[in-house]
Ligand binder design. Structure first.
Ligand code: ADP
Length: 533
Protein backbone atom coordinates (compact mmCIF):
# COMPACT_ATOMS: atom_id res chain seq x y z
CA UNK A 1 0.00 0.00 0.00
CA UNK A 2 1.44 3.36 -1.04
CA UNK A 3 2.07 5.83 1.72
CA UNK A 4 3.90 9.07 1.81
CA UNK A 5 4.41 11.92 4.19
CA UNK A 6 4.43 15.39 2.71
CA UNK A 7 4.54 18.73 4.42
CA UNK A 8 1.51 20.84 5.17
CA UNK A 9 2.44 23.81 7.29
CA UNK A 10 4.96 22.13 9.52
CA UNK A 11 2.87 19.02 10.15
CA UNK A 12 3.31 16.07 7.80
CA UNK A 13 0.30 14.58 6.12
CA UNK A 14 -0.25 10.90 5.47
CA UNK A 15 -1.53 10.10 2.01
CA UNK A 16 -3.61 6.97 1.81
CA UNK A 17 -4.28 5.01 -1.30
CA UNK A 18 -7.80 4.98 -2.60
CA UNK A 19 -10.11 3.23 -0.20
CA UNK A 20 -8.25 4.36 2.92
CA UNK A 21 -10.10 6.20 5.66
CA UNK A 22 -9.54 9.93 5.81
CA UNK A 23 -9.17 11.48 9.21
CA UNK A 24 -8.21 14.91 10.47
CA UNK A 25 -6.71 16.65 13.47
CA UNK A 26 -7.27 15.06 16.86
CA UNK A 27 -9.13 12.14 15.35
CA UNK A 28 -6.24 11.39 12.99
CA UNK A 29 -3.81 11.47 15.88
CA UNK A 30 -5.96 9.24 18.03
CA UNK A 31 -6.45 6.76 15.21
CA UNK A 32 -2.76 6.58 14.42
CA UNK A 33 -1.82 6.15 18.05
CA UNK A 34 -4.43 3.44 18.50
CA UNK A 35 -3.16 1.53 15.45
CA UNK A 36 0.46 1.74 16.55
CA UNK A 37 -0.46 0.68 20.07
CA UNK A 38 -2.11 -2.46 18.72
CA UNK A 39 1.18 -3.43 17.08
CA UNK A 40 3.09 -2.83 20.30
CA UNK A 41 0.47 -4.86 22.14
CA UNK A 42 1.04 -7.84 19.85
CA UNK A 43 4.76 -8.13 20.64
CA UNK A 44 4.42 -6.96 24.26
CA UNK A 45 3.94 -10.47 25.67
CA UNK A 46 7.01 -11.74 23.77
CA UNK A 47 9.52 -9.49 25.53
CA UNK A 48 12.18 -11.09 27.66
CA UNK A 49 13.17 -14.61 28.66
CA UNK A 50 9.71 -15.37 29.96
CA UNK A 51 8.02 -13.89 26.92
CA UNK A 52 5.59 -16.04 24.99
CA UNK A 53 6.05 -17.33 21.44
CA UNK A 54 3.69 -16.51 18.62
CA UNK A 55 2.29 -18.95 16.14
CA UNK A 56 1.91 -17.31 12.77
CA UNK A 57 -0.26 -19.04 10.21
CA UNK A 58 -0.20 -17.78 6.64
CA UNK A 59 -2.96 -18.02 4.04
CA UNK A 60 -1.60 -21.39 2.86
CA UNK A 61 -1.66 -22.75 6.38
CA UNK A 62 2.13 -22.67 6.80
CA UNK A 63 3.07 -22.21 10.42
CA UNK A 64 5.95 -20.22 11.90
CA UNK A 65 6.60 -20.28 15.63
CA UNK A 66 8.74 -17.43 16.85
CA UNK A 67 9.48 -14.99 19.63
CA UNK A 68 11.45 -12.61 17.43
CA UNK A 69 9.75 -9.22 17.22
CA UNK A 70 10.99 -8.47 13.72
CA UNK A 71 9.78 -11.83 12.41
CA UNK A 72 6.37 -11.53 14.05
CA UNK A 73 5.79 -8.12 12.55
CA UNK A 74 7.22 -9.05 9.17
CA UNK A 75 4.77 -11.91 8.84
CA UNK A 76 1.59 -10.19 9.93
CA UNK A 77 -0.46 -8.31 7.42
CA UNK A 78 -0.53 -4.70 8.55
CA UNK A 79 -2.66 -2.22 6.63
CA UNK A 80 -2.78 0.90 8.75
CA UNK A 81 -0.04 3.40 7.76
CA UNK A 82 0.86 4.36 11.34
CA UNK A 83 1.03 0.71 12.37
CA UNK A 84 3.31 0.15 9.40
CA UNK A 85 5.74 2.67 10.81
CA UNK A 86 6.18 0.47 13.86
CA UNK A 87 6.76 -2.53 11.67
CA UNK A 88 9.38 -0.46 9.86
CA UNK A 89 11.33 0.30 13.04
CA UNK A 90 11.55 -3.35 13.92
CA UNK A 91 12.98 -3.95 10.45
CA UNK A 92 15.48 -1.11 10.71
CA UNK A 93 16.57 -2.25 14.15
CA UNK A 94 16.97 -5.77 12.84
CA UNK A 95 19.15 -4.55 10.00
CA UNK A 96 21.19 -2.11 12.08
CA UNK A 97 21.96 -4.10 15.21
CA UNK A 98 20.07 -7.39 14.83
CA UNK A 99 18.57 -7.47 18.30
CA UNK A 100 16.23 -5.28 20.34
CA UNK A 101 13.42 -5.40 17.80
CA UNK A 102 10.72 -6.22 20.35
CA UNK A 103 12.03 -3.62 22.78
CA UNK A 104 12.01 -0.90 20.12
CA UNK A 105 8.37 -1.57 19.29
CA UNK A 106 7.33 -1.85 22.95
CA UNK A 107 9.07 1.45 23.70
CA UNK A 108 7.50 3.20 20.72
CA UNK A 109 4.07 1.94 21.81
CA UNK A 110 4.68 3.21 25.34
CA UNK A 111 5.82 6.61 24.06
CA UNK A 112 2.60 6.91 22.07
CA UNK A 113 0.41 5.82 24.98
CA UNK A 114 2.04 8.40 27.20
CA UNK A 115 1.68 11.05 24.50
CA UNK A 116 -1.99 10.23 24.24
CA UNK A 117 -2.58 11.16 27.86
CA UNK A 118 -0.83 14.49 27.25
CA UNK A 119 -2.91 15.16 24.12
CA UNK A 120 -5.99 14.54 26.25
CA UNK A 121 -4.73 17.25 28.55
CA UNK A 122 -4.47 19.55 25.52
CA UNK A 123 -0.72 19.48 25.22
CA UNK A 124 0.06 20.13 21.56
CA UNK A 125 1.79 17.25 19.74
CA UNK A 126 4.57 19.61 18.60
CA UNK A 127 5.50 20.26 22.22
CA UNK A 128 5.43 16.53 22.96
CA UNK A 129 7.66 15.86 19.97
CA UNK A 130 10.15 18.51 21.12
CA UNK A 131 10.18 17.11 24.64
CA UNK A 132 10.58 13.55 23.38
CA UNK A 133 13.44 14.47 21.06
CA UNK A 134 15.37 16.20 23.83
CA UNK A 135 14.66 13.35 26.23
CA UNK A 136 15.82 10.76 23.66
CA UNK A 137 19.11 12.62 23.28
CA UNK A 138 19.51 12.69 27.05
CA UNK A 139 18.58 9.03 27.39
CA UNK A 140 21.36 8.13 24.99
CA UNK A 141 23.82 10.28 26.93
CA UNK A 142 22.88 8.51 30.15
CA UNK A 143 23.27 5.12 28.50
CA UNK A 144 26.74 6.10 27.28
CA UNK A 145 27.49 7.25 30.81
CA UNK A 146 26.90 3.83 32.40
CA UNK A 147 28.39 1.82 29.56
CA UNK A 148 31.57 -0.11 30.32
CA UNK A 149 34.31 -0.33 27.73
CA UNK A 150 35.65 -3.81 27.16
CA UNK A 151 38.32 -5.36 25.04
CA UNK A 152 36.75 -6.08 21.64
CA UNK A 153 37.91 -9.68 21.47
CA UNK A 154 37.25 -10.69 25.05
CA UNK A 155 35.78 -14.12 24.45
CA UNK A 156 34.21 -14.49 27.90
CA UNK A 157 32.20 -11.28 27.60
CA UNK A 158 31.26 -11.94 23.99
CA UNK A 159 29.96 -15.33 25.10
CA UNK A 160 27.80 -13.73 27.78
CA UNK A 161 26.41 -11.24 25.30
CA UNK A 162 25.50 -13.96 22.83
CA UNK A 163 23.89 -15.93 25.64
CA UNK A 164 21.85 -12.97 26.88
CA UNK A 165 20.52 -12.48 23.38
CA UNK A 166 19.50 -16.16 23.23
CA UNK A 167 18.03 -16.25 26.76
CA UNK A 168 14.77 -14.96 25.39
CA UNK A 169 14.54 -17.57 22.65
CA UNK A 170 13.62 -21.18 22.26
CA UNK A 171 17.33 -22.05 22.04
CA UNK A 172 17.93 -20.93 25.64
CA UNK A 173 18.76 -24.44 26.91
CA UNK A 174 21.45 -24.87 24.31
CA UNK A 175 22.75 -21.31 24.43
CA UNK A 176 26.10 -22.43 25.90
CA UNK A 177 27.05 -24.47 22.89
CA UNK A 178 25.57 -22.03 20.39
CA UNK A 179 27.24 -19.00 22.03
CA UNK A 180 30.55 -20.80 21.77
CA UNK A 181 30.31 -21.46 18.02
CA UNK A 182 28.80 -18.03 17.36
CA UNK A 183 31.64 -16.18 19.09
CA UNK A 184 34.23 -18.40 17.38
CA UNK A 185 32.73 -17.70 13.99
CA UNK A 186 32.54 -13.92 14.43
CA UNK A 187 36.10 -13.77 15.74
CA UNK A 188 37.23 -15.94 12.84
CA UNK A 189 35.96 -13.44 10.29
CA UNK A 190 36.80 -10.26 12.26
CA UNK A 191 39.68 -8.38 10.70
CA UNK A 192 41.77 -5.93 12.60
CA UNK A 193 41.77 -2.45 11.13
CA UNK A 194 44.19 -0.33 13.12
CA UNK A 195 42.85 -0.14 16.65
CA UNK A 196 39.40 -1.41 15.79
CA UNK A 197 37.89 -4.39 13.99
CA UNK A 198 35.87 -4.86 10.87
CA UNK A 199 33.33 -7.64 10.65
CA UNK A 200 31.42 -8.69 7.56
CA UNK A 201 28.70 -10.93 8.87
CA UNK A 202 28.19 -12.27 5.33
CA UNK A 203 31.50 -14.09 5.71
CA UNK A 204 29.66 -16.42 8.05
CA UNK A 205 27.61 -18.85 6.07
CA UNK A 206 24.67 -20.25 7.95
CA UNK A 207 23.35 -23.60 6.75
CA UNK A 208 20.51 -25.39 8.47
CA UNK A 209 19.26 -28.92 8.30
CA UNK A 210 16.36 -30.47 10.15
CA UNK A 211 17.22 -33.72 11.92
CA UNK A 212 19.38 -34.44 14.94
CA UNK A 213 19.38 -32.01 17.83
CA UNK A 214 20.46 -28.41 18.38
CA UNK A 215 23.52 -29.77 20.15
CA UNK A 216 24.67 -31.32 16.86
CA UNK A 217 25.18 -27.81 15.46
CA UNK A 218 28.79 -27.12 14.56
CA UNK A 219 31.18 -24.56 13.18
CA UNK A 220 33.09 -25.56 10.09
CA UNK A 221 36.35 -23.78 9.37
CA UNK A 222 35.48 -23.42 5.76
CA UNK A 223 32.49 -23.60 3.51
CA UNK A 224 29.69 -26.10 3.32
CA UNK A 225 27.85 -26.43 0.01
CA UNK A 226 24.39 -27.96 -0.02
CA UNK A 227 25.25 -29.71 -3.28
CA UNK A 228 26.63 -33.11 -4.12
CA UNK A 229 29.58 -34.22 -6.21
CA UNK A 230 28.26 -34.51 -9.77
CA UNK A 231 29.58 -37.89 -10.85
CA UNK A 232 29.61 -41.30 -9.18
CA UNK A 233 33.08 -42.04 -10.57
CA UNK A 234 34.72 -39.11 -8.82
CA UNK A 235 36.51 -39.49 -5.48
CA UNK A 236 34.36 -38.62 -2.43
CA UNK A 237 37.26 -36.99 -0.65
CA UNK A 238 40.41 -35.21 -1.67
CA UNK A 239 43.16 -34.08 0.67
CA UNK A 240 45.48 -31.20 -0.23
CA UNK A 241 42.77 -29.83 -2.44
CA UNK A 242 43.71 -27.46 -5.23
CA UNK A 243 40.48 -25.76 -6.10
CA UNK A 244 39.41 -24.09 -9.33
CA UNK A 245 36.45 -21.71 -9.00
CA UNK A 246 34.75 -21.30 -12.35
CA UNK A 247 31.78 -19.12 -13.13
CA UNK A 248 31.31 -20.32 -16.67
CA UNK A 249 29.66 -23.52 -17.86
CA UNK A 250 31.67 -26.55 -18.87
CA UNK A 251 29.23 -27.16 -21.67
CA UNK A 252 29.03 -26.43 -25.36
CA UNK A 253 26.99 -23.26 -25.51
CA UNK A 254 23.86 -23.40 -27.59
CA UNK A 255 23.87 -20.90 -30.42
CA UNK A 256 21.74 -17.83 -29.85
CA UNK A 257 20.07 -18.02 -33.24
CA UNK A 258 18.13 -21.03 -34.51
CA UNK A 259 20.86 -22.63 -36.56
CA UNK A 260 19.93 -25.76 -38.41
CA UNK A 261 22.48 -28.45 -39.01
CA UNK A 262 21.78 -30.86 -41.78
CA UNK A 263 23.06 -34.30 -41.01
CA UNK A 264 22.36 -36.77 -43.75
CA UNK A 265 24.36 -39.85 -42.76
CA UNK A 266 25.59 -41.59 -39.57
CA UNK A 267 29.17 -40.64 -40.32
CA UNK A 268 28.28 -36.93 -40.21
CA UNK A 269 26.46 -37.42 -36.92
CA UNK A 270 29.46 -39.17 -35.47
CA UNK A 271 31.88 -36.47 -36.52
CA UNK A 272 29.50 -33.82 -35.15
CA UNK A 273 29.42 -35.57 -31.75
CA UNK A 274 33.14 -36.22 -31.90
CA UNK A 275 33.70 -32.55 -32.43
CA UNK A 276 31.54 -31.72 -29.35
CA UNK A 277 33.47 -34.25 -27.29
CA UNK A 278 36.76 -32.87 -28.50
CA UNK A 279 35.72 -29.37 -27.40
CA UNK A 280 34.65 -30.63 -23.99
CA UNK A 281 37.87 -32.62 -23.67
CA UNK A 282 39.85 -29.46 -24.44
CA UNK A 283 37.99 -27.61 -21.70
CA UNK A 284 38.68 -30.37 -19.18
CA UNK A 285 42.33 -30.53 -20.29
CA UNK A 286 42.68 -26.87 -19.39
CA UNK A 287 41.39 -27.63 -15.91
CA UNK A 288 43.75 -30.61 -15.62
CA UNK A 289 46.60 -28.49 -16.95
CA UNK A 290 46.18 -26.00 -14.12
CA UNK A 291 46.82 -28.72 -11.56
CA UNK A 292 43.35 -28.49 -10.02
CA UNK A 293 41.94 -31.56 -8.32
CA UNK A 294 38.62 -29.90 -7.38
CA UNK A 295 36.36 -27.91 -9.69
CA UNK A 296 33.60 -25.80 -8.16
CA UNK A 297 31.43 -24.40 -10.90
CA UNK A 298 28.69 -21.78 -10.77
CA UNK A 299 27.06 -23.01 -13.96
CA UNK A 300 26.39 -26.36 -15.58
CA UNK A 301 28.74 -29.28 -16.27
CA UNK A 302 28.11 -31.39 -19.34
CA UNK A 303 27.88 -35.18 -18.79
CA UNK A 304 30.89 -35.74 -21.03
CA UNK A 305 32.92 -33.11 -19.15
CA UNK A 306 31.96 -34.85 -15.89
CA UNK A 307 33.17 -38.12 -17.36
CA UNK A 308 36.56 -36.68 -18.37
CA UNK A 309 36.96 -34.98 -14.98
CA UNK A 310 36.10 -38.23 -13.19
CA UNK A 311 38.66 -40.07 -15.31
CA UNK A 312 41.28 -37.57 -14.18
CA UNK A 313 40.32 -38.13 -10.53
CA UNK A 314 38.96 -34.62 -10.13
CA UNK A 315 35.99 -33.77 -7.88
CA UNK A 316 33.42 -31.44 -9.41
CA UNK A 317 30.35 -29.64 -8.05
CA UNK A 318 28.02 -27.60 -10.24
CA UNK A 319 25.40 -24.85 -9.91
CA UNK A 320 27.00 -23.25 -6.87
CA UNK A 321 25.42 -19.97 -5.77
CA UNK A 322 27.35 -16.87 -6.74
CA UNK A 323 27.49 -15.73 -3.10
CA UNK A 324 29.00 -19.09 -2.14
CA UNK A 325 31.58 -18.81 -4.89
CA UNK A 326 32.61 -15.43 -3.47
CA UNK A 327 32.91 -16.92 0.01
CA UNK A 328 34.93 -19.83 -1.40
CA UNK A 329 37.26 -17.37 -3.11
CA UNK A 330 37.84 -15.59 0.20
CA UNK A 331 38.31 -18.76 2.18
CA UNK A 332 40.55 -20.69 -0.21
CA UNK A 333 42.41 -17.82 -1.82
CA UNK A 334 41.25 -18.85 -5.28
CA UNK A 335 40.46 -16.43 -8.08
CA UNK A 336 37.09 -16.88 -9.74
CA UNK A 337 37.81 -17.62 -13.39
CA UNK A 338 35.43 -16.75 -16.21
CA UNK A 339 37.47 -17.95 -19.14
CA UNK A 340 39.15 -21.35 -18.93
CA UNK A 341 42.06 -20.02 -20.99
CA UNK A 342 42.87 -17.84 -17.98
CA UNK A 343 43.01 -20.70 -15.51
CA UNK A 344 46.49 -21.26 -14.14
CA UNK A 345 47.98 -22.81 -11.05
CA UNK A 346 48.25 -19.43 -9.34
CA UNK A 347 44.45 -19.04 -9.60
CA UNK A 348 43.76 -22.17 -7.58
CA UNK A 349 42.60 -22.06 -3.98
CA UNK A 350 43.84 -24.33 -1.25
CA UNK A 351 42.02 -26.40 1.35
CA UNK A 352 43.13 -29.34 3.44
CA UNK A 353 40.14 -31.42 2.44
CA UNK A 354 37.15 -31.37 0.16
CA UNK A 355 34.74 -34.09 1.09
CA UNK A 356 31.16 -35.14 0.44
CA UNK A 357 29.27 -36.12 3.58
CA UNK A 358 25.79 -37.31 4.20
CA UNK A 359 23.57 -34.92 6.16
CA UNK A 360 20.33 -36.73 6.78
CA UNK A 361 19.03 -37.73 3.34
CA UNK A 362 21.19 -35.18 1.46
CA UNK A 363 24.81 -35.17 0.43
CA UNK A 364 26.76 -31.97 1.07
CA UNK A 365 30.28 -30.95 0.15
CA UNK A 366 32.58 -29.68 2.91
CA UNK A 367 35.57 -27.51 2.01
CA UNK A 368 37.70 -27.43 5.15
CA UNK A 369 41.08 -26.36 6.43
CA UNK A 370 41.14 -23.37 4.12
CA UNK A 371 44.18 -21.24 3.43
CA UNK A 372 42.57 -18.04 4.74
CA UNK A 373 39.81 -19.21 7.06
CA UNK A 374 38.15 -15.81 6.86
CA UNK A 375 34.97 -17.53 5.86
CA UNK A 376 33.32 -20.05 8.12
CA UNK A 377 30.05 -21.97 8.14
CA UNK A 378 27.65 -22.55 10.97
CA UNK A 379 25.80 -25.77 10.41
CA UNK A 380 22.62 -25.57 12.47
CA UNK A 381 20.64 -28.63 13.41
CA UNK A 382 17.37 -29.21 15.24
CA UNK A 383 14.66 -31.83 15.41
CA UNK A 384 12.26 -30.26 12.94
CA UNK A 385 12.17 -27.67 10.19
CA UNK A 386 10.19 -25.21 12.34
CA UNK A 387 12.63 -25.44 15.19
CA UNK A 388 15.69 -25.17 12.97
CA UNK A 389 14.14 -22.07 11.38
CA UNK A 390 13.74 -20.46 14.82
CA UNK A 391 17.30 -21.53 15.72
CA UNK A 392 18.52 -19.74 12.61
CA UNK A 393 16.67 -16.53 13.57
CA UNK A 394 18.06 -16.63 17.10
CA UNK A 395 21.56 -17.32 15.83
CA UNK A 396 21.24 -14.37 13.44
CA UNK A 397 20.44 -12.06 16.39
CA UNK A 398 23.26 -13.45 18.48
CA UNK A 399 25.77 -13.13 15.60
CA UNK A 400 24.70 -9.52 15.22
CA UNK A 401 25.07 -8.61 18.91
CA UNK A 402 28.53 -10.15 19.02
CA UNK A 403 29.41 -8.16 15.93
CA UNK A 404 27.90 -5.01 17.49
CA UNK A 405 30.17 -5.31 20.51
CA UNK A 406 33.28 -6.09 18.48
CA UNK A 407 32.64 -2.96 16.42
CA UNK A 408 31.70 -0.80 19.42
CA UNK A 409 33.16 -2.51 22.48
CA UNK A 410 30.87 -1.05 25.10
CA UNK A 411 28.34 -2.93 27.17
CA UNK A 412 25.47 -2.20 29.52
CA UNK A 413 23.36 -4.39 31.78
CA UNK A 414 20.18 -6.06 30.57
CA UNK A 415 17.10 -6.89 32.59
CA UNK A 416 15.67 -3.37 32.54
CA UNK A 417 18.60 -1.86 34.45
CA UNK A 418 19.76 0.76 31.93
CA UNK A 419 16.20 1.81 31.08
CA UNK A 420 15.41 2.38 34.76
CA UNK A 421 18.67 4.27 35.23
CA UNK A 422 17.99 6.52 32.23
CA UNK A 423 14.39 7.11 33.37
CA UNK A 424 15.54 8.16 36.83
CA UNK A 425 18.10 10.56 35.39
CA UNK A 426 15.66 11.99 32.86
CA UNK A 427 13.15 12.80 35.62
CA UNK A 428 15.64 14.96 37.47
CA UNK A 429 16.98 16.57 34.27
CA UNK A 430 13.38 17.30 33.12
CA UNK A 431 13.02 19.78 35.94
CA UNK A 432 15.26 22.12 33.97
CA UNK A 433 12.75 22.24 31.09
CA UNK A 434 9.91 24.67 30.52
CA UNK A 435 6.37 23.74 31.59
CA UNK A 436 4.81 21.41 29.04
CA UNK A 437 8.04 20.16 27.55
CA UNK A 438 8.90 19.01 31.05
CA UNK A 439 5.70 16.98 31.10
CA UNK A 440 6.70 15.35 27.84
CA UNK A 441 10.19 14.51 29.10
CA UNK A 442 8.70 12.96 32.22
CA UNK A 443 6.41 10.86 30.07
CA UNK A 444 9.46 9.74 28.11
CA UNK A 445 10.93 8.49 31.38
CA UNK A 446 7.69 6.65 32.16
CA UNK A 447 7.78 5.05 28.72
CA UNK A 448 11.37 3.80 29.25
CA UNK A 449 10.17 2.03 32.36
CA UNK A 450 7.77 0.04 30.23
CA UNK A 451 10.73 -2.28 29.53
CA UNK A 452 11.33 -3.37 33.18
CA UNK A 453 7.56 -3.37 33.73
CA UNK A 454 6.96 -5.70 30.80
CA UNK A 455 9.91 -7.97 31.65
CA UNK A 456 8.56 -8.50 35.16
CA UNK A 457 4.95 -8.77 34.04
CA UNK A 458 5.85 -11.45 31.48
CA UNK A 459 7.74 -13.31 34.21
CA UNK A 460 4.67 -13.35 36.42
CA UNK A 461 6.29 -10.96 38.93
CA UNK A 462 4.38 -8.00 40.33
CA UNK A 463 5.38 -5.23 37.90
CA UNK A 464 4.72 -2.24 40.15
CA UNK A 465 6.42 -3.70 43.21
CA UNK A 466 9.38 -4.81 41.13
CA UNK A 467 9.77 -1.41 39.50
CA UNK A 468 9.50 0.40 42.83
CA UNK A 469 12.33 -1.63 44.34
CA UNK A 470 14.38 -1.36 41.16
CA UNK A 471 13.97 2.42 41.04
CA UNK A 472 15.04 2.89 44.62
CA UNK A 473 18.14 0.72 44.11
CA UNK A 474 19.01 2.63 40.96
CA UNK A 475 18.58 5.92 42.81
CA UNK A 476 21.10 4.66 45.37
CA UNK A 477 23.58 4.31 42.51
CA UNK A 478 23.30 0.54 41.95
CA UNK A 479 23.56 0.92 38.20
CA UNK A 480 23.93 -2.79 37.47
CA UNK A 481 20.81 -3.73 39.36
CA UNK A 482 18.07 -5.12 37.18
CA UNK A 483 15.54 -7.91 37.01
CA UNK A 484 16.83 -11.45 36.82
CA UNK A 485 13.77 -12.75 35.08
CA UNK A 486 14.71 -16.43 35.25
CA UNK A 487 15.19 -16.29 39.00
CA UNK A 488 12.26 -13.92 39.46
CA UNK A 489 14.18 -11.42 41.56
CA UNK A 490 16.08 -8.16 41.51
CA UNK A 491 19.79 -8.81 41.16
CA UNK A 492 23.13 -7.52 39.99
CA UNK A 493 23.11 -8.10 36.23
CA UNK A 494 26.89 -8.44 36.08
CA UNK A 495 26.82 -11.36 38.51
CA UNK A 496 23.85 -12.84 36.63
CA UNK A 497 25.75 -12.44 33.32
CA UNK A 498 22.91 -10.49 31.74
CA UNK A 499 24.71 -8.01 29.54
CA UNK A 500 23.98 -6.34 26.24
CA UNK A 501 25.73 -4.16 23.69
CA UNK A 502 25.40 -0.42 24.23
CA UNK A 503 24.83 -0.15 20.46
CA UNK A 504 21.57 -2.11 20.76
CA UNK A 505 20.23 0.06 23.57
CA UNK A 506 21.08 3.25 21.70
CA UNK A 507 19.38 1.97 18.56
CA UNK A 508 16.23 1.03 20.51
CA UNK A 509 15.91 4.55 21.91
CA UNK A 510 16.61 6.26 18.57
CA UNK A 511 14.30 4.05 16.54
CA UNK A 512 11.41 4.18 19.02
CA UNK A 513 11.63 7.94 19.56
CA UNK A 514 11.86 8.58 15.83
CA UNK A 515 8.80 6.48 15.04
CA UNK A 516 6.74 7.91 17.90
CA UNK A 517 7.59 11.48 16.91
CA UNK A 518 6.83 10.82 13.26
CA UNK A 519 3.42 9.41 14.14
CA UNK A 520 2.67 12.27 16.54
CA UNK A 521 3.43 14.90 13.92
CA UNK A 522 0.70 13.63 11.60
CA UNK A 523 -2.58 15.48 11.84
CA UNK A 524 -4.13 14.69 8.51
CA UNK A 525 -4.69 11.34 6.86
CA UNK A 526 -5.83 11.95 3.30
CA UNK A 527 -6.97 9.43 0.74
CA UNK A 528 -5.28 9.92 -2.60
CA UNK A 529 -6.39 8.84 -6.03
CA UNK A 530 -3.54 6.67 -7.11
CA UNK A 531 -0.63 4.89 -5.53
CA UNK A 532 1.37 7.49 -3.65
CA UNK A 533 4.17 5.20 -2.53
P1 ADP B 1 14.32 -7.96 21.81
O1 ADP B 1 13.75 -8.36 20.49
O2 ADP B 1 14.01 -6.55 22.14
O3 ADP B 1 15.75 -8.32 21.99
P2 ADP B 1 13.72 -10.02 23.69
O4 ADP B 1 12.45 -10.77 23.84
O5 ADP B 1 14.91 -10.73 23.21
O6 ADP B 1 13.43 -8.77 22.86
O7 ADP B 1 14.02 -9.42 25.14
C1 ADP B 1 15.12 -8.60 25.38
C2 ADP B 1 15.10 -8.11 26.80
O8 ADP B 1 15.21 -9.21 27.70
C3 ADP B 1 16.28 -7.20 27.07
O9 ADP B 1 15.84 -6.08 27.81
C4 ADP B 1 17.20 -8.07 27.90
O10 ADP B 1 18.00 -7.33 28.79
C5 ADP B 1 16.23 -8.92 28.65
N1 ADP B 1 16.80 -10.17 29.14
C6 ADP B 1 17.44 -11.15 28.48
N2 ADP B 1 17.79 -12.15 29.31
C7 ADP B 1 17.38 -11.80 30.54
C8 ADP B 1 17.42 -12.40 31.83
N3 ADP B 1 17.96 -13.60 32.02
N4 ADP B 1 16.86 -11.72 32.85
C9 ADP B 1 16.31 -10.53 32.65
N5 ADP B 1 16.21 -9.92 31.48
C10 ADP B 1 16.75 -10.53 30.43
Amino acid sequence: MGMQATSKGNMPVVLLKEGGTETKGREAQKNNIAAAKIIAEIVHTSLGPRGMDKMLVDSLGDVTITNDGATILKEIDVQHPAAKMLVEISKTTDNEVGDGTTSAVVLAGALLSQAESLIDQDVHPTIIVDGYRKAARKAKEYLEEIAVTISANDKTILNKIAKTSMQTKLVRKDSDLLADIIVKSVLAVAEKDGESFEVDIDDIKVEKKAGGSIRDSTIIQGIVLDKEIVHGGMPRKITDAKIALINTALEISKTETDAKINISNPQQLKSFLDEENRMLKTMVDKVIGSGANVVLCQKGLDDMAQHYLAKAGIIAVRRIKESDLTKLAKATGARIVTNLDDLFEKDLGIAETVEERKIEEDKWVFVEGCKHPKSVTLLLRAGSQRVVDEVERSVHDALMVVKDVILKPQIVAGGGAPETYAATKIRSWAKSLEGREQLAAEKFADALEEIPLTLSENAGMDPIDTLTVLRSKQQKGEKWTGIDVMKGKIANMKSSDIIEPLAVKLQIVSAAAEAACMILRIDDVIATQKSAG
